[in-house]
Structures are given as C-alpha cells and as structure tokens.
Design a binder for this molecule. Structure first.
Ligand code: TEU
Ligand code: CA
Length: 533
C-alpha cells in the first residue's frame, strides 16, 4: 500500500469526543481520554480516526458551531493535549482526520460579532445578509435543516441573515473571496500541526444561490417536517460550480503537504452525481460519503440498487461508506431491531460494510454492536430533537457515552454523571465484557479487519456483478493481481441453502454449516468465496 494513497480503502474510526472517554472526570469526554484509549483503537485494526469537532464553541450544536477554528475548547483540553494525541496516534501508525465545519460559524465567532454591527464594517459581507421583503418577511422561502425559516432577523443590523442549521449557526458567504482565503488559512493551521486529513462538514452547502430564488415545490405546512430538505429542490446548496472550484482550491492546499486527504459529507437525496463531481479527476476531494446507506431503507434489493447506481455514476471517484454516525439512529437498531437474532444480522452488516468498494467509517460503539439508546424527553440535549419530539427524537440516542466496563459506575466512562446517561442496554455490551468473550462483536470486528488487510481486492478492488434476490445480496471484488472474491450475504432470519460451484474455495464464513458443495445458513450470515485459477 503506497503511503500516498493510504486513504483509499482505509477504515476510519469516528470518535465523538464528548462521549468517548472522560479522563478528568467532569462528565464530558476529552482529548486526553482519546489518547488514553489509543491502544484500544489500534487493536481494532483501523487505519485512521476521525474526530468530531473539539474546537472552541458555545456548543449549541455540540461543536458544529465553531467560535475559534484554531483552538481547542477548554471542555476537551487544550492545544497541547491535541499535539500529544496526534503524536501518540502517529507513533501507533494511526492517521488523524479532523472535522472542519466551514460552511457556517457560531454566532459567537468574532467575525459574526463584527459583521452584525452595521452594513459597512470590515466583515460586513462575510455572512449572507439581506433586506426583508416589503412586508417585512424573510427574503425567500428557504428552510433550515433543523426547522423553520433559514432566515433570522437581526435587530441591530436591521437585516436578515441566512442559517442553514440553527439560528446560532450563521452561514458564511463563500462568494466573498476573503472568506474563501480565510477558511483555507484555518485549514492550513492544522496542516502545519500535522493532521492527516479533514472531514468536510456539509461540503455541498458552502455556496448559496446569489439570486435568492425561492425553492420550488415547497409544501405548505413545513412546520412538521423535521427534514424539510427532503422535500425541496434546494437551489442554493446544490451542485453549484463554485463549490467544485473551491474543492479544487482545498485540494491544491493539501497537495502541498505529504499524504493528506479530504473526505466530504454530501447531504443530498441524489448524491451519486455530486460524489463523482466532487471526487473525480483526482483534483478535488479524495473521497466523499452520502446518506444513501445511513437511512431507514433496508434490504438486499435496496442495497444492490444503491451500489449499482454508485458504480455507474462514480467513474473514477471514490466513495466512503458508513452505516452509523453521530447524526443517525445506530445501525443495530435501525436495520436489525426486528430481527430474531440482531447480533447475527448486525455482524453480517459489519462484514458487508467492510466488503464494499470504498473507504469505510466505523462509528464508535458500532464495533460493540450497540443499539440506539432510549431517552426521555427531559434527557434530550440535541436542539433538533427538542424541536420535533416526538415525531423525531433527535440525535442523542446515538451520542450516549461509550461503555468501557460493565461493573463500574457509568460503565467506566466517567466517575461523575455524564452529559448524557449511559444506556442500560449498553452495560452488558461494554468493551471489557466483550474482550473476555471470544464470540463478541468486538472480536468479530477486529478479526474481520485483520483479514481485510490481507485482501487487496477488498481494500482497493473494483466491484462487479452486483446481484440481489429475495434476501440475498452478492457481488464480486476484484483487482489486478489477485483472484476474484465473491461476497455473498444472507440478510434474513430464515434458513437458507446455497450451492457452491466447483471451482471456488471458501475463504470465510459466518453463521452457516458447510458440507461438500452446500452451505446452510442458520439466519443472517455470509460467505466469501475465492475463485480458483
Ligand atoms: O450534518 C449535516 C446534516 O445534518 C445534513 O447533511 C442533513 O442530515 C442532510 O441534509 C439530510 O438530508 C452535519 C453534522 O454531521 C451535524 O452533526 C451538524 O449538526 C450539521 O452538519 C451542522 O453543522
Ligand atoms: Ca472531561
């Protein structure tokens, strides 16, 4: 594996710092806590970590509202702690990717404080300001992802400003060249410190439609839609050509350093074309991920159609896949809740994730097979969930603290009451518990990822012959110098018999019996078959 292309096919472990490990016992996870757990992370056989934001922030959106891009929020530690984490990770040959939330800042950011003073200050045009319509209402019908109009009236400046997310997350005006340069400078700060890459938050939201055209097809009663974006053709954050130009500028910047990478988050219903636009031709982002397999839809047929679409549209672009993250119901609950054997299905899905063509994000706790935590309304922290409860319960259920030890208070995450409670259902699934059980999801993950490192086709190969029939999904991974690898998944509780053709060798199997040329599945499971010469 060439150093330059380490990201291609890499497994990236996503850490939500607030909830990983609390080293100083104040109830909130921190950078030192991550450093202390690096040996555990290394033991998973992942290649990199992606840290959700740890920058200075009033934490209205738990760090996705940045008020200083170049410092660590005191809740997480300080810059020295980050350098220590980086050094320790590199010693273990773990790459470090950090989140960059460039599309918007916090309203506490000095740039916004300056910008809102009046219409003629040095930062006056750094955000998206506009006059009201003649009747005083917002400039157009755009909706915030988190609900309500995406325009907020500012009584001081006597204008509206744009916010795609919370009111406290004003949208930066990327059409202003000064803003573009500033954001590149912010990134450079971290490149100079030695980070290996950036996860670019909402990379397709940077540029808005300067004509401020209304969204067509907006449903009348938007108030009940917890994700209005699904119902709009959002003219202002689609694939604007300016975005692609700026992606090139970011690539140009990171290319001045050795072996750095960019992975973009593309939030759009029809993401495949955008993913190609953003990652093709080798002069923009290295890779990008969409929400296509982060939603509720499930089944062999659906998976096959997503994979096939991606294959046909993503020519030379490179996808990254995730089944879970800090915004979405954990996969064990989202897709495996109704299964009679959720553990088998969850582990089968982990194997599927690791067999897809692309890089992979594994969200903290996914290796333990954690289900979504159930929370009461009173316990909620996420403003999105608080707004739309109970139709939408928000994102706290996937953000509760990691369980480390079953028999300790707060499952060993912290000695004091954490910012979100550890789920009751997570105690028996704690790391220490799973370490001592050779049949655990933790060991499954670890072993599969070790095996994956030996399979060039799984890491970098092509994907061909994508097929679905009933509950079975199969495809072939192949690359130049190795034998084609057939990956065959059974995604149902039912028993299933599979006949193996003569010229195949069984490389790996799960939840099945094998005799002669017959494989019998006892429920969800998989086999990996190598074609002989
Ligand atoms: O999430 C982006 C996000 O919420 C959208 O992409 C949305 O899910 C999509 O449009 C659905 O159609 C990122 C972060 O991951 C999240 O935690 C932040 O709250 C958000 O940006 C704002 O910074
Ligand atoms: Ca702490």
């Amino acid at each position: 594996q060439t150093q330059e292309e380490w990201w291609r096919g890499a497994v990236i472990y996503q850490i939500y710092p607030r909830s990983f490990y609390d080293a100083n016992n104040d109830g909130i996870g921190d950078l030192q806590g991550i450093t202390e757990k690096l040996d555990y992370i290394k033991s998973l056989n992942v290649d990199a970590i992606w840290l959700s934001p740890f920058f200075t922030s009033p934490m209205k959106d738990f760090g996705y509202d940045v008020s200083n891009y170049r410092d660590v929020d005191p809740i997480f530690g300080n810059l020295e702690d980050f350098k220590e984490l980086l050094k320790s990770a590199h010693k273990l040959d773990i790459k470090v990717i950090i989140d960059q939330v460039l599309s918007h800042t916090s309203d506490h950011h000095p740039w916004f404080q300056e910008s809102r003073r009046n219409t003629h200050n040095s930062k006056a045009d750094w955000y998206v300001w506009h006059e009201p319509r003649s009747d005083g209402t917002p400039p157009n019908n755009w909706q915030s992802v988190f609900g309500g109009s995406s325009w907020q009236w500012d009584s001081r400046r006597q204008q509206y400003y744009l916010h795609n997310f919370l009111v406290s997350q004003p949208d930066l005006n990327f059409h202003n060249p000064e803003v573009q340069q500033q954001m590149l400078d912010e990134m450079q700060f971290w490149l100079d410190l030695g980070v290996d890459g950036f996860r670019l938050d909402t990379v397709n939201y940077y540029f808005h439609d300067e004509e401020l055209r209304n969204n067509p097809g907006l449903k009348q009663d938007i108030r009940k839609l917890f994700n209005p974006y699904d119902f709009q053709r959002h003219l202002y954050d689609k694939n604007r050509p300016e975005s692609i130009d700026f992606a090139k500028r970011m690539r140009h910047l990171v290319a001045q350093y050795d072996n750095r990478m960019l992975v973009g988050e593309i939030g759009d219903k029809h993401a495949e074309k955008l993913m190609q636009d953003y990652t093709g031709d080798g002069d923009k982002l290295h890779t990008a991920y969409s929400f296509r397999l982060l939603n509720k839809e499930f089944g062999a047929g659906y998976f096959a159609s997503v994979l096939a679409q991606q294959e046909s549209l993503l020519n030379d672009g490179w996808p990254t896949w995730a089944f879970s993250n800090h915004d979405i119901t954990r996969v064990a609950s989202r897709w495996a809740e109704e299964s009679q054997n959720p553990k088998a299905l969850t582990e089968t899905l982990l194997a599927l994730l690791f067999c897809l063509r692309g890089s992979v994000c594994l969200y903290q706790g996914e290796e333990l097979g954690l289900p979504e935590a159930e929370l009461e309304f009173e316990q909620l922290q996420d403003p999105w969930g608080i707004t739309f409860w109970p139709e939408f319960k928000g994102r706290d259920g996937c953000r509760t603290p990691m369980p480390w030890q079953q028999n300790k208070v707060n499952a060993g995450f912290s000695e004091v009451s954490p910012w979100l409670p550890v789920a009751e259902s997570h105690y028996p699934l704690a790391v220490q518990q799973q370490e001592s059980d050779s049949d655990s999801s933790l060991h499954f993950t670890r072993h599969f990822l070790a095996f994956r490192k030996t399979q060039q086709a799984l890491q970098k190969g092509e994907i061909k012959h994508i097929q679905a029939q009933e509950h079975q999904l199969s495809f072939v991974r192949l690359c130049k110098d190795t034998q084609p690898l057939t990956c065959w998944f059974w995604l149902s509780d039912e028993t299933k018999e599979l006949k193996v053709p003569d010229n195949y060798t069984l490389l790996r199997s799960y939840n099945c019996d094998y005799n002669d040329d017959k494989i019998i599945f006892h429920g969800a499971g998989f086999v990996l078959l190598q074609q002989d010469d």
